[in-house]
Design a protein around this ligand. Structure first.
Ligand code: ATP
Ligand code: MG
Length: 338
């Protein structure tokens, strides 16, 4: 057993909907695997915190800033005026500028493809998500897509750095610069500038419509993909579909000052919340990426192996993968493998 001072502190947001159930699965597995982490848990509040203008408390943001590492379940933003969306608050306040979404075929779980091994890197702070929309005159609205040199260089830099440090060969910038000449044009220009600093990494530019066609035809054509915000949202769901759905795909948000906030790609899944039916794999694999960020590779490998073995065995699979196991049964099976 370990003394408290050996423990690494990390922030945990169980989140909404299926969040608490899948977060419990992570807690249980970390305990069995004896991961030296002490969770600082923060829940989405029931009142708006004026310091954040959202249902997230200032203390919860401070916790991530202090620990620099955390795990987040899905958060559903309550509808209403006068407050910021939870995810947007996190992104803005913590400057989470890149969202990294690895997507690889799980051995033993058959889909149309068995050789998917992609990383999508999504710009996370601007583009179509700048939240600047207004009515020009009655019947005409306008939404501003913001692309800046600073944010584009930052995400491109991260993508090439990621490719280099993870033994990847190629970075593809995904765009629609033939139509969005100024915005996507600037994004591409920044990617090209960064590419020049990484001559060992191949660089290419692919128009998004063509990218979609290529991905569903032969996902092995791609390696690391980097793109503006909205394209990243869409393409990463497409990629999740290639390997078996949203229950499986992890992600990690990278922020200024070395913050890493891992989270599942999926939402709060209100249709199955509270029923012990959710697949915790996406959040579990996100927690594995958090462990890798902390260089706890032993623990990460052990947990990842146990998850993959449980899925490959096929005896305990949740409904989204065609099985009948509950979240608890699937989690227990992973613990047995540990
Ligand atoms: P939100 O508004 O929070 O995004 P949503 O209604 O869009 O919620 P998602 O969470 O995006 O729902 O999920 C879309 C579909 O995928 C739902 O039918 C949901 O049940 C399913 N799903 C998502 N995550 C999981 C999971 N971890 N396990 C099983 N099914 C899931
Ligand atoms: Mg959703």
């Amino acid at each position: 057993s370990q003394s408290n001072s050996d423990l690494i502190r990390a922030t945990l947001f169980p989140g909404d909907g299926i969040g608490p159930e899948i977060a419990e699965s992570v807690r249980q597995i970390f305990k069995v695997a004896e991961v030296p982490i002490e969770w600082e848990e923060h829940y989405v509040g029931t009142d708006i915190d004026p310091r954040t203008n959202s249902f997230l408390t200032w203390e919860s943001l401070e916790s991530v800033r202090r620990n620099k590492v955390g795990l987040k379940g899905p958060m559903a933003t309550p509808i209403g005026k006068g407050h910021r969306s939870l995810n947007l608050t996190l992104r803005k306040e913590l400057n989470l500028y890149a969202n990294v979404r690895p997507c690889y075929s799980l051995p033993g779980y058959k889909t149309r493809y068995d050789d998917v091994n992609l990383i999508t890197i999504r710009e996370n702070t601007e583009g179509e998500y700048s939240g600047l929309e207004h009515q020009v005159v009655r019947g005409v609205v306008e939404s501003l897509k913001i692309i800046t040199r600073q944010a584009s260089l930052r995400v491109a830099e991260y993508a090439f750095h990621y490719a280099k440090t993870h033994g990847r060969e190629r970075v593809s910038a995904i765009h629609k610069a033939n139509i969005m000449q100024k915005t996507d044009g600037l994004f591409l220009k920044c990617c090209r500038e960064v590419a020049e600093k990484y001559p060992e990494i191949k660089y290419e530019e692919v128009v998004i419509d063509n990218c979609c066609m290529m991905l569903v035809k032969n996902p092995a054509l791609f390696d690391v993909l980097v793109m503006p915000n909205l394209y990243g949202d869409i393409i990463s769901d497409l990629c999740a579909g290639l390997i078996g759905g949203l229950g499986l795909t992890p992600s990690c948000n990278i922020g200024e000052g070395g913050i890493a906030l891992a989270e599942a790609v999926h939402g709060s899944a209100p249709d199955i919340a509270g029923k012990n039916l959710a697949n915790p794999t996406a959040l579990l694999l996100s927690s594995v990426s958090m462990l890798r960020h902390l260089e706890l590779h032993d623990k990460a490998d052990r947990i990842q192996d146990a998850i993959l073995k449980t899925i490959a065995e096929g005896k305990y699979r949740t409904g989204d993968l065609g099985g009948t196991a509950t979240t608890t049964e699937f989690t227990n099976a992973i613990c047995d493998h540990l």
